[in-house]
Design a protein around this ligand. Structure first.
Ligand code: ADP
Length: 195
């Protein structure tokens, strides 16, 4: 199905997990800037080197690095019919940049899904993930800092997408299948077709 969507939500809201499911269901690639950065860091590429110090501190990677990466990825063959962006855009500048990228190809977004979750629940989940996945940015002080950065820089995007008429909000608290069903229902409603 041709759907162009972005997934918003604080760190630990479950974006990655839900993105994988939506991607399979809609047959569109899930493009996670965080995953792309981590893969590049693991492989020691130039991109990885440019991103690492920011990520380790819980800061956002500069736009010069991030925008080019997304622009390139959106032009892969698998994204022609649609895509799900997870973790991009994260700032108002990135929202505008994404609009420009799509505009240049005569395209536009169909929907922005926000997964909501309470801060303390999220910190608990991230600390659990820290022990499971050993992510360098999942220590408590860095998690708290990422939450602050999210609130200051990314939370305002919710209003922007609401004003654009693209926003749907889904409660991210509950078990994974339940949240997935909520997302499918919200998407079906917004897109006007059963998914
Ligand atoms: P989470 O949503 O749990 O914070 P992600 O895997 O989405 O984790 O991102 C991890 C880190 O990668 C972010 O804290 C940030 O440093 C960097 N990053 C990911 N996407 C972007 C982006 N669009 N702009 C800037 N930095 C980004």
């Amino acid at each position: 199905m041709s759907v162009r969507m972005v997934l918003l939500g604080p760190p630990g809201a479950g974006k990655g997990t839900q993105a994988a499911r939506i991607s399979e269901r809609l047959n569109i690639p899930a493009i996670s800037t965080g995953d792309i950065f981590r893969k590049n860091i693991a492989e020691g590429t130039e991109l990885g080197k440019a991103a690492k110090s920011y990520i380790d501190k819980g800061e956002y990677v500069p736009n010069e690095v991030t925008n080019g990466l997304v622009r390139d990825r959106l032009h892969w063959d698998d994204a022609v019919e649609g895509f799900l962006l997870d973790g991009y855009p994260r700032t108002l500048d990135q929202v505008e940049e994404l609009e420009r990228m799509l505009d240049a190809d005569g395209l536009s977004l169909d929907v922005a899904v926000e997964i909501t979750a309470d801060t303390e629940e999220i910190v608990k989940r991230l600390l659990k993930r820290a022990t499971e996945q050993n992510r360098a940015d999942d220590t408590e002080p860095v998690i708290r800092h990422r939450m602050e950065v999210y609130t200051a820089q990314t939370q305002p995007l919710v209003d922007v997408y609401r004003d654009m008429g693209l926003l749907v909000q889904v409660d991210g608290i509950g078990d994974i299948d339940e949240v997935t069903e909520r997302i499918y229902a919200a998407l079906s409603d917004k897109l006007g077709r059963q998914i």
